[in-house]
Design a protein around this ligand. Structure first.
Ligand SMILES: [Zn+2]
Length: 247
């Protein structure tokens, strides 16, 4: 996949990186990513991926912009309250980078539509705010054989990981949360600086996987404590009895 002169100039500060180079740029241009959730995590991920020259970006979000979103979702403006977030994110991407093809989807993802919405992407990045949705997205990613970056931030804690087959996200959280909308930031609170930190770290994992730079990040959980600034990395065991990825 060749790059135009304008693309070479636009991405020159990353093409100059020896680990990334023109080959990494071409891999990003050839790649298709589905971002599930255009909230705090998505608002960091979407500009990072589109700015870096991802070829195709699908953004799935069924919500409209609420005034209480603005403290952590810098893609949006005060005058846009009440408008659909997926459409606003699509406008943002078109303004940022005309070389990224964007498909905004104004639907909530569920067990009924997840396969249709996620099929055909090279990577899924889930930044939604409840376990039930995250497990639907993860189970579907396992079934479709698509790598998943799952990222979450609540209060002062962040977690993210890249899952490719086993271990999957369900191996990590178990089966207890399938019907539970617990632990949303509406109830527990979160700082915008935390969702931005975790979202950018998730975008970096996605770019590493797509451009094939650095160590393979699959199967490790990255934990961030916003009150100490410390990151911890744990290697996750696969659960042989996992109903998504187990044998
Ligand atoms: Zn599993």
């Amino acid at each position: 996949m060749s790059l135009k002169d304008e693309e070479l100039a636009r991405y020159s500060r990353q093409i100059v990186l020896p680990q990334f180079g023109g080959v990494g740029q071409q891999r990003l241009k050839a790649a298709s990513v589905c971002v599930v959730g255009a909230g705090g995590i998505g608002c960091a991920v979407i500009p990072a991926l589109a700015g870096a020259g991802l070829g195709h970006l699908t953004v799935i979000d069924g919500d409209i912009l609420d005034l209480s979103n603005l403290h952590r979702q810098p893609l949006y403006r005060s005058r846009e309250v009440g408008e659909p977030k997926a459409a606003l994110a699509g406008q943002f991407v078109r303004r940022l980078n005309p070389f990224t093809d964007v498909n905004p989807v104004e639907h909530r993802i569920t067990g009924d539509n997840a396969s249709d919405l996620l099929t055909g992407h090279d990577l899924i990045l889930d930044g939604t705010d409840n376990f039930a949705t995250r497990l639907v997205v993860s189970d579907t990613a396992v079934r479709l054989g698509i790598p998943l970056v799952s990222a979450a931030a609540v209060q002062f804690q962040g977690q993210l990981g890249l899952f490719r087959g086993a271990p999957c996200y369900r191996c990590f959280v178990g089966d207890a949360f399938d019907s539970d909308d617990c632990d949303t930031c509406a109830e527990l609170g979160v700082l915008g600086a935390l969702t931005g930190t975790v979202g950018n770290a998730a975008a970096l994992l996605a770019i590493r996987a797509l451009a094939q730079v650095g160590d393979d990040p699959a199967g490790k959980l990255h934990l961030f404590d916003g009150l100490t600034g410390e990151w911890r990395i744990m290697r996750l065991p696969a659960d042989p009895a996992c109903r998504a990825c187990g044998t």
